[in-house]
Design a protein around this ligand. Sequence first.
Ligand code: AMP
Length: 202
Amino acid sequence: MSTVDSGNGPIVILLGPPGAGKGTQAKQLATRLGVPAISTGAIFRQNMADETELGQRAREYMDKGEFVPDSVTNPMITARLKAPDTANGCLLDGYPRTVDQARYLRSTLDSMGRKVALVIEIDADEDEVVSRLLKRAQQENRSDDTEPVIRHRMKVYREQTEPMATYYAENDQLAVVDGMGTVEDVWERIDQTLVHAGLVQP
Ligand code: AMP
């Protein structure tokens, strides 16, 4: 597995279907690596709460379980990657999500003399994640957590994000982690993956 970065801190991508516990694991992962976590979904939700123009555009898509267009998402990520706090690496949660976004990310990082160190995919059973999401819908009242929207997000994940995992696998950058079990079980597997990739000490 390739773990080479350009001398800056590691850039790690966390992938997984909606409801696989990605948000929780992303926070721990960022802490363990000592880098900031960047979640495109969280940036969009913050903009929606602040009622910015970006938030209004994102809402049209998010509420249907569709991806926000690349013309909005890609420049937002580029700006974030140029911020000083990510010079020492970052954890990307929810970006890239398509092969096109992965290619865009690669060319952006190339121009900065940087590269992705590792992609971790949390692998989870579809029925299990749908039931987790329905539970979260009741607790958090998210407008994109109704059952039809959840099913649609799963389909979009299968059709668009899974091929992206293959793209990283072909580049020998992908590690797949079993997402079943408790949060602690999954974290243990992620931590071992980081150690194995040489990104942290045991
Ligand atoms: P998440 O919090 O990662 O589950 O993202 C919630 C929603 O935000 C997604 O269903 C999309 O509508 C939108 N979104 C988040 N990340 C991206 C991205 N990389 N590209 C396009 N849309 C995104």
